[in-house]
Design a protein around this ligand. Sequence first.
Ligand SMILES: [Zn+2]
Length: 197
Amino acid sequence: MSIFGTVRVKKGQYRIKGDFHHITPNMPIRNEDDGWRLMGVTNPREMTYIHSYGGEAVFFESLPKGIINGSRCDNPGCEFKGTVYLPFRIHCPDCLGRNTVINLTETCKRSAKIHTFMVCERSGAFNTLDKPIKFINVEFDGVSTILMSYLSIGDPKIGMKVVPIFRTIAPTYTITDLSWVPQDTSQKDLPEGFTFG
Ligand SMILES: [Zn+2]
């Protein structure tokens, strides 16, 4: 059996394989103020969470291919027909219709700039990003929403032009596969595993 549980879908059902449970030794809990009397034991538990992307899967699937997919409401009956969304929205928030998937890669490369940013010296649990983390909110021409992401090189400034980079080598299929660098950055300076797509 593998160390990691794996999941695939066949005939509309999850098929899980491998070890989803691991036996881990208990440790005694003792009371140091009372002669180290036994109080209990720890029961370590490890969890594999099956996170379904649903209608957003197309967004995460395309990142390692150097493609940024957004979405657009094309419902003729919608008051806000034509509105473009990035981050990817499965449904239009105005008419609740299913949005059309659209490729925004060129729009992102051409027009991305930092709307605002936040630099975090400390992180939450299981952080995999380099610290300080330079979170940026990125705006694009013709897009109605602003994308939260992170800057991999340099210091963020409001209005700064940035371009997307993609984890095309060993992708994680999470949002960290997408990052941004200043417009004039060269390939050799990119973080390991990242390319311009
Ligand atoms: Zn709509």
